[in-house]
Design a protein around this ligand. Structure first.
Ligand code: NAP
Length: 479
């Protein structure tokens, strides 16, 4: 912890907030304050904006190969420092060390992927149909960006945005979540060491997100917002972007259905459920929120899932053998407990878990609820905790209709051994991603994103860089 930066990173320098303010970073496993980081205000944000705007032109002209090599070096540095970064992440966010190491590898992979994409930015051209003009098409960086990230994947949500922005030639301001600023600051130090020029990346940690971000979005110099967070905040930011017609990418909330048909391999389905529910203690936008299980297998599935969930070890993420760390904070845990209480009041049966433990830290036990009433609040709220809610269905049309009956559409999971049904149901789900007989879809080489109120645009994959590029078309007479 001692050499982790705690100041703002502006124009390549580490600086305090202009008014000297700081904000505490808590350890969710103990509730104790780990350290304080600089708490930026609007003046600091303006300085970060000036640095990003000043660096933009030269950065856009930097050779793609040079941008690529910075990302590649940063990828290697992240991997070399896996243990330090994982400990930092666990201390500020709570996830078990093994998961934190997994996130470090996942986060680094975005830099490797976009280091490869930086040198493949294509253009185009040709003679137009009338034969009188040529068309020359080039792709240019969209300009200075504001990147806003949540606390649940403190490193990967940053690299998923910073990677393509660097590859495309954009400068940026990163505003991480106040609960988990340390991973972002450590990442900025790594990028500086990897040779990123001053001003290309600026990091403002703040407890005053609205005051810091709104002037940037309305001011006209920031040309792109890439946001990951809740749908409610995303909606507010979209409205703020309207004034200056700022381009947006929105990775918002989910309400993932997890469908188990009567012909599913139940071992595969339970393995998939453990991944789709328990990755990150359920604090993931991709977390399975509603388990629809065919009536003929629902009892067996519930029994097996409860057995697996009940065997998980809950405790501080730094302790050996722990599978489930604390939730992010007291408010997050209280919300999960309220959702469970509401479902139980409406008749759900608790197969395992369901009781908030005594003692320090924001722990909540892995919980399985059966016979959940479809009107329960957790059916249309992201649970964001280790709670699996099981409902019963009878036929395919019914389950597709119920799975789609939500404003969200990030991801869905389908378990069946029938090829035709697998494809048919996947294609009918109103989601951006489907896990077919698997509980994990995230991969830097695949386009991640949702439909409906789960977002706009995609991150990762071949299209991830497009979000940070504009076309320019030159008309040139044929003479
Ligand atoms: P959140 O409350 O929406 O916050 C996300 C980020 O937005 C934080 O940095 C937050 O800072 C900032 N923010 C909040 N209000 C703002 C404002 N008025 N102006 C500018 N920034 C503002 O979400 P969260 O609770 O941190 O994260 C959980 C949510 O993220 C879930 O809904 C989850 O599904 C979603 N998520 C989506 C994806 C995806 O790829 N689709 C991935 C991960 C998470 P403050 O905390 O200081 O307000």
């Amino acid at each position: 912890m001692t050499d982790t930066p705690t100041q703002l990173f502006i124009g390549g320098a580490w600086v305090d907030a202009e008014d000297g303010a700081t904000l505490p970073v808590d350890d969710p496993a103990t509730g104790e304050v780990l350290c304080h980081v600089a708490d930026a205000g609007p003046k600091d944000a303006r300085l970060a904006e000036e640095a990003a705007v000043a660096a933009q032109e030269a950065w856009a002209r930097t050779a793609p190969r040079a941008r690529s090599e910075i990302l590649r070096r940063a990828y290697e540095l992240i991997l070399e420092r896996t243990d330090d970064l994982a400990h930092l992440m666990t201390s500020e966010m709570g996830k078990p060390l093994a998961e934190a190491r997994g996130e470090v590898a996942y986060a680094a992979e975005f830099f490797r992927w976009f280091s490869e994409e930086a040198v493949r930015i294509d253009g185009g051209g040709g003679i137009l149909p009338d034969g009188r003009n040529r068309m020359l098409l080039s792709r240019r960086p969209v300009g200075p960006c504001l990147l806003i990230t949540p606390w649940n994947f403190p490193l990967a949500m940053g690299t998923r945005k910073i990677g393509p922005a660097i590859a495309a030639g954009c400068t940026m301001i990163l505003k991480p979540a106040p609960q988990t600023p340390l991973s972002s600051l450590a990442l900025a130090a790594i990028l500086k060491e990897a040779g990123l020029p001053d001003g290309v990346l600026n990091v403002v940690t703040t407890s005053r997100a609205g005051e810091v971000c709104e002037p940037l979005l309305r001011g006209g110099r920031i040309r792109k917002l890439s946001f990951t967070g809740s749908t409610n905040v995303g909606r507010l930011l979209l409205a703020q972007c309207a004034d200056a017609v700022v381009r947006t990418s929105m990775e918002l909330g989910g309400n993932a259905p997890f469908i188990v048909f009567d012909d599913a391999d139940l071992d595969t389905a339970v393995d998939g459920a453990m991944l789709a529910k328990m990755r990150n203690m359920g604090e993931a936008c991709t977390a399975a929120n509603r388990f629809f299980v065919h009536r003929s297998v629902v009892e067996e599935f519930g029994r097996r899932l409860a057995e697996r969930m009940g065997a998980l070890v809950v405790g501080p993420g730094t302790r050996d053998g722990v599978d489930v760390g604390p939730l992010i904070d007291a408010a997050g845990r209280a919300k999960v407990a309220e959702l469970v209480a509401d479902a139980v009041e409406r008749g759900a049966e608790v197969l395992v878990g369901g009781r908030t433990p005594e003692g320090p830290g924001c722990f909540y036990p892995p919980t399985v609820l059966a016979d959940v009433d479809p009107d329960s609040r957790l059916m249309d709220t992201e649970i964001f905790g280790p709670v699996a809610a099981i409902l019963t269905f009878d036929d395919e049309d019914e389950v597709v209709r119920r799975a789609n009956d939500t404003p969200w559409g990030l991801v869905g999971y389908v378990f069946t051994e029938g090829l035709d049904r697998a494809l048919r149901v996947s294609e009918r789900l109103e989601v951006g991603m489907v896990g077919l007989n698997t509980g994990l879809v995230s991969n830097p080489a695949a386009p991640f994103g949702g439909v409906k109120q789960s977002g706009l645009g995609r991150e990762g994959g071949r299209v991830g860089i497009d979000e940070f590029l504009e076309y320019q078309y030159l008309a040139v007479p044929v003479r």
